[in-house]
Design a protein around this ligand. Structure first.
Ligand SMILES: *Cc1c(COP(=O)(O)O)cnc(C)c1O
Length: 428
């Protein structure tokens, strides 16, 4: 499928293009292994001299078709599916960093990523500095060190709803000779394509809007192919120096624009094995076929719900970048002109218990850990997903203790608002 097609067409038609007599619908290649005619053919695959499938821990045709659809949507040179969004962010950074290295991340990020970067990867010897994106360039640039390998941020942060100034941080990263990685989970490529603003690598938790029906956990890494690893060979020996586990092959030299993804597949996926199951990739593909329709509806509904909350006397504050008086509205207009996502953060007047009482009184809207699927749902991060963080860490991550995360679905908006209204009444 040509990358020139419009996003809605790519959602429906991208990735799988059957040849004569092949299934019209992407099949599930439910096979761990693939057949070859002779030993030499297999040997060439293991030497990375030929491309082809040999074992589903590394690659599978169903996964690759879906990854290709996402790569087309993002405007990248290629993509790989991972078992979860966590695995995607872990691999995206680990593909550039080893023990003794350092990277920088915006502090407005998902709680799971916050723990991954701040605790687990630190234990592995990869150090990370959390920066406040609201600070000046001068302040933030103090975080760069000679061993800094990348900069990380989320287009729309989960759960705070902050908008990441992609162009600004892409320029900053490039000034320091490192790539910008953007987690584009909440915006999806239907609403924002970070590569168009200078980002180098995009990650996704496909578990959220891309699947959209809360059926399959998954992740994705997409490469723009635009970062010149060879120009910074000293910084990225993993990509530019010979790999002993591949007979001294150097990825940047051998694979050019596909170096980063080839290394992530041939080395990280081979050794750490966090592939998405082909079954889940099939479900993800069904979700992607309607992503453009659903995102539009999520955004329309969320805009109306945000306006309703904004005008409600029991609501203390609302953070939704689609509201004209939001502090990030100018960034939303720049990066998300067709809308951001369905997730709204807000707080009720009174204390933190009001949030719990409000949520317990909802009828149609359910309390679930999930976010960003067709059904409207709600969560109190301080009591649930971000329970492990201290009050100070919560604030650092841009999450107020009273923050309610409302993930607006694609039902009829009148019914969503009615449920919120009756829950407010029952606690007043
Ligand atoms: C959910 C989420 C993740 C983690 O993804 P999983 O699929 O749950 O592992 C990462 N980043 C963002 C922005 C998320 O919302």
């Amino acid at each position: 499928m040509s990358k020139k097609k419009n996003p809605g067409t790519l959602c429906v038609q991208g990735g799988w293009t059957p040849k004569k007599g092949e299934p019209r619908v992407l099949p599930i290649y439910q096979s761990t292994t693939f057949k070859y005619d002779n030993s030499e053919q297999m040997a060439r695959l293991f030497d990375l001299k030929d491309s082809g499938y040999f074992y589903t821990r590394l690659q599978n045709p169903t996964n690759d078709a879906v990854a290709d659809k996402i790569a087309c949507l993002e405007g990248g040179v290629g993509a790989m599916l991972t078992s979860s969004g966590q695995a995607a962010n872990f691999f995206a950074v680990l593909n550039l960093c080893e023990a003794g290295d350092h990277f920088i991340t915006s502090n407005n990020i998902y709680g799971g990523t916050y723990n991954l970067f701040g605790v687990t990867m630190k234990k592995m010897g990869i150090d990370c500095t959390f920066v406040d994106p609201e600070q000046s360039d001068e302040e933030i640039e103090k975080a760069f060190r000679p061993n800094t390998k990348c900069f990380f941020g989320e287009t729309i942060s989960n759960p705070g709803g902050h908008i990441f100034d992609i162009e600004r941080f892409a320029e900053m990263a490039h000034r320091h000779g490192v790539p910008l990685i953007v987690d584009n989970t909440f915006a999806t490529p239907v609403n924002c394509r970070p590569f168009e603003w200078g980002a180098d690598i995009v990650t996704h938790s496909t578990t959220k809007y891309m699947d959209g029906h809360a059926t399959a956990v998954g992740g994705c890494i997409v490469d723009s192919g635009s970062f010149d690893w060879a120009a910074h060979a000293d910084k990225f020996p993993g990509l530019c120096a010979p790999d002993d586990s591949y007979h001294g092959l150097a990825y940047a030299e051998a694979f050019g624009k596909m170096a980063y993804l080839t290394k992530a597949t041939a080395q990280l996926m081979r050794d750490l094995g966090s592939i998405q199951s082909p079954q889940n990739a099939f479900l993800l593909n069904l979700g992607l076929e309607t992503l453009h329709l659903r995102m539009k509806r999520h955004c329309e509904n969320a805009q109306q719900v945000a306006e309703f909350l904004k005008n409600h006397p029991q609501v203390a504050w609302v953070n939704y970048a689609g509201l004209p008086d939001n502090k990030h509205h100018h960034l939303a207009k720049k990066y998300l002109p067709q809308g951001g996502c369905g997730v709204i953060a807000f707080g009720l007047k009174g204390n933190r218990d009001e949030a719990i009482r409000f949520m317990d009184n909802l009828k149609m809207i359910c309390i679930v850990t999930h976010v960003a699927d067709a059904r409207t749902c709600v969560l109190h991060p301080a009591s649930h997903t971000h329970r492990q963080l201290s009050e100070e860490q919560l604030r650092e991550a841009g999450i107020a203790p009273d923050l309610i995360r409302l993930s607006v679905g694609i039902e009829d908006v009148e019914d969503i608002i009615e449920d919120i209204q009756q829950a407010m009444e029952s606690i007043s």
